[in-house]
Write a protein that binds this ligand. Structure first.
Ligand SMILES: [Zn+2]
Ligand SMILES: [Zn+2]
Length: 307
């Protein structure tokens, strides 16, 4: 039997490059919305969400670029316990009218004791017909046990450029992700910039198998029809008869990851670059793929579930 990760199956559109988390002068970002969109256009982005803090946006401030704006914002609360510092969640949603928020709508933050008190905040995003992304768990100082019972996030950040550059955090949250996946808490990952300063932008993105229409992009994200990257491209990822296979742009190291067990890197024994690999994954409930290029930039697939 062949199971292909959804990003690489079905109608093959051109992959769309997208940014799901960034800030502008609408909150504490340093570039204006116009500058932020133009910078992403110059870097080949097809879509972008301007997710300023607790301040919803639908507006395309630079429509001449052709970048599609995904409506969104970021919400946050601080924690009063030693269980972690804060919870941040990016909300992205459909066009005005289908979306429970309105342009420039503000939401309030709060001080909470823990995840149980945060659940209503995520429930509210979902009730407003938005998708939710669990943000920067490393920077928030929330290991899996601090948020693993939160319901309603379709993805968590595996890479966050701002946290990576400023704090050496959220550079690969694979262990936290695996802690959720081994409990059969099915969630995807996203690479994002969380760009506040100009040099944060355009370093982590998603590549989505969708049409360049808002509803198609949101549906593909929710269904996991995409992969995340800071550089490498993934062309195919599937499991056939208990063996995982992948094809990608030239990479120095690949790794198939399943469960809380070590798996060896796939690499060229003479130090060259590789563009494909395979590994037996018999007996495991899921497998995911990490690719790393010669510059150390990574890409991550979403999981293939095997049971
Ligand atoms: Zn945040
Ligand atoms: Zn942010």
């Amino acid at each position: 039997m062949l199971i292909r990760q959804q990003a690489f199956s079905g109608t093959q559109h051109r992959f769309l490059k997208g940014g799901l988390h960034c800030h502008t002068t609408r909150s504490d970002g340093q570039l204006s919305p116009e500058e932020t969109i133009r910078l992403h256009a110059q870097n080949g982005y097809d879509f972008l969400a301007l997710t300023d803090h607790r301040f919803y946006n639908f507006k395309n401030y630079a429509p001449e670029t052709g970048v599609l704006i995904v409506p969104g914002m970021e919400i946050d609360v601080n924690l009063t316990t030693r269980a972690g510092m804060c919870f941040h969640t990016v909300a992205i949603g459909p066009e005005e009218g289908k979306n429970g928020y309105s342009q420039d709508e503000r939401v309030s933050n709060a001080r909470l004791a823990g995840a149980a008190e945060y659940q209503p905040f995520i429930d509210s995003l979902r009730a407003h017909n938005n998708l939710a992304i669990y943000c920067h768990p490393d920077w928030s100082r929330t290991p899996a046990r601090s948020f693993e019972d939160l319901q309603g996030c379709f993805a968590m950040e595996i890479w966050n450029s701002g946290c990576a550059i400023e704090d050496d955090m959220d550079t690969d949250n694979g262990l936290i992700w695996d802690e959720l996946l081994v409990q059969n808490k099915r969630i995807n990952c996203v690479a994002v910039d969380d760009g506040h300063r100009p040099y944060h932008h355009c370093k982590g993105w998603v590549m989505v198998n969708a049409e360049k229409k808002l509803d198609s992009i949101l549906e593909a994200l929710e269904q996991g029809r995409y992969y995340s990257s800071c550089g490498p491209e993934i062309y195919d990822f599937y499991v056939e008869d208990g063996v995982a296979y992948c094809r990608c742009s030239p990479c120095a190291r690949l790794r198939f990851i399943y469960g809380l067990r070590p798996t060896p890197l796939k690499r060229d024994s003479e130090g060259g670059l590789i563009t494909q690999a395979s590994m037996s994954v018999k007996g495991y409930s899921y497998v995911r793929l990490m690719c790393e290029d010669a510059q150390g930039r990574r890409a991550w697939s979403n999981p293939i579930y095997l049971d």
